[in-house]
Structure formats: structure tokens, C-alpha cells
Design a protein around this ligand. Sequence first.
Ligand code: PGA
Length: 270
Amino acid sequence: MARLVIGNWKMNGTPALLRAFAAAALREPPRCEAALCVPHPLLAAARTAFGTTALRWGAQDCSAELDGAFTGEVSARLLADLDTRYVILGHPERRLGHGETDGQIAAKAQRALAVGLTPVVCIGETAEERDGEQTSAVLRRQLLQLARLLGRRLAAVVLAYAPPWAASRHGCGDCVAPGLLEDTFAAIAELLAFHAGLSAASVRVIYGGSVDARNAGALLSLPGIGGVLVGAASLRPADFIEICKAAARCGDPPVRAASLWPVIATSARE
Ligand code: PGA
């Protein structure tokens, strides 16, 4: 399975920018798995623009409900009808800005999987939690609800370690030290092996936070990193293509060892 590069346009972008990305991807086809997660009103235009390219498209949220009286919510099924492949869930801007809980995010992931979308579930601690040495406890809490609700279907989820303090909008730059990232990815692998059993080896874990064309190569060659979630740099076609090239150069991510504990044992241990 190739490395994954997921762009997160957030509340940015236009149909013209989609067409610029399509042209760039036709000139230099990404040789990794690459997608742009765009605002909902741009999904139909993304399908038109990217249909003949190697780029895929995704959304940035969906409802946990199938349909009904939920004003302002967006149905996962409608996203799937637009051939949307990915949906970002539990991004820190939604966890912190909209008070989304681990339970709600897990329910959204369950719904997304049921309609054939690949959830990209964001996890990560705040700066205060990091400074209070709470990182492992926070990651465990965030993963547990997901593992419990999804069981073996967790294998189809992409986990994005995207701590809010690492985002470029905080002027973070290169503030995530590679050593720290390696330790955190090792901790996530351990948590997955313990709580997700045999599904753990299949879960792709990617990193998000100030990824750009300059640092992508180094980040993608760290052990255990299956790809990157890219915010600001995903609005610039040339930068995004450079990041895809770095991902292609790194080849396939190594397969993690799976725990021999079946998923069913998870609840017994809690
Ligand atoms: P950034 O955003 O790459 O601009 O830091 C990442 C994200 O928040 O998705």
C-alpha cells in the first residue's frame, strides 16, 4: 500500500484552484495515494476536475446520522454519491472549535465506513496536555472509543496524528522534533496493538502539522509514518506535487506487527 498524502483545504479553495491542481496532476501524476479534502460545495467540481487524474477527493466532516431532521449536517451517503473517497473526522478544529467528542467522532467513522468512505480520524493532544505529560492518556482515550465501536472495521480507518499545537497557523514550522514524533508514533502503534488486536497492523497512521515541500521527505522517512495530512501547503499545486514526490520516493510504509490478542479481548481488559 503506497504512502498517503491527504490535503486539507479547510474553508478555502475555488473551482479554479481545483482545475489548477488537475492540470498539475496531469503534468506530473502523483505516484502515491493522494487526495484533496475540499469544502462540501466543491466536491462535485472536484469529481469533474480530478476524474481523469490520479488525484482523489475527500470531505472534511459528515454526520453520524443517515438522514433526517439535522439542519446544516451533511450525510455521508451523499458524499459517497459524489464518489468521495475520504472524509476527515475529528480534526482539532472540530474537536476544539465545535466540542466534538470521541463518541461522536467514532459514530461518524462508523457511518462513513458503512457507506464506503475511508475515515481519516484525527487524534492528538493539546499543548497543555502535552506539557502535562498527558499525551499517551489522551491518545488512548481517543483511540479506545473508536476501537470499541468499530471492532475489526478499524483496519479500514486512517489515523492522523495531528496535534493542534503543530499546525502551521500557530506558526509552528519545524517545531515537532523528529525524536518526539518517533516516540509518539511508537506509542500509537503500541496502543493500536493493545486495543485493536489483529486490526492494528492494517491501520494506516499519518502525521499532520506544518507539513510542507521542504520537510515532507524527512517526515515521511520516519519509522511508522504511513503518510501526511497537509493543510496550508495543500493549497499550492507545486508544493502538493512536491510532497507527493517525496511520498513516492519513500515507497511503501513498513508493516507493523499485530498483537495476537483478538479485538474481542479489548473490552475484557478495560
Ligand atoms: P497545516 O494544517 O499543514 O497548515 O499545519 C494541518 C491541519 O490542521 O490539517
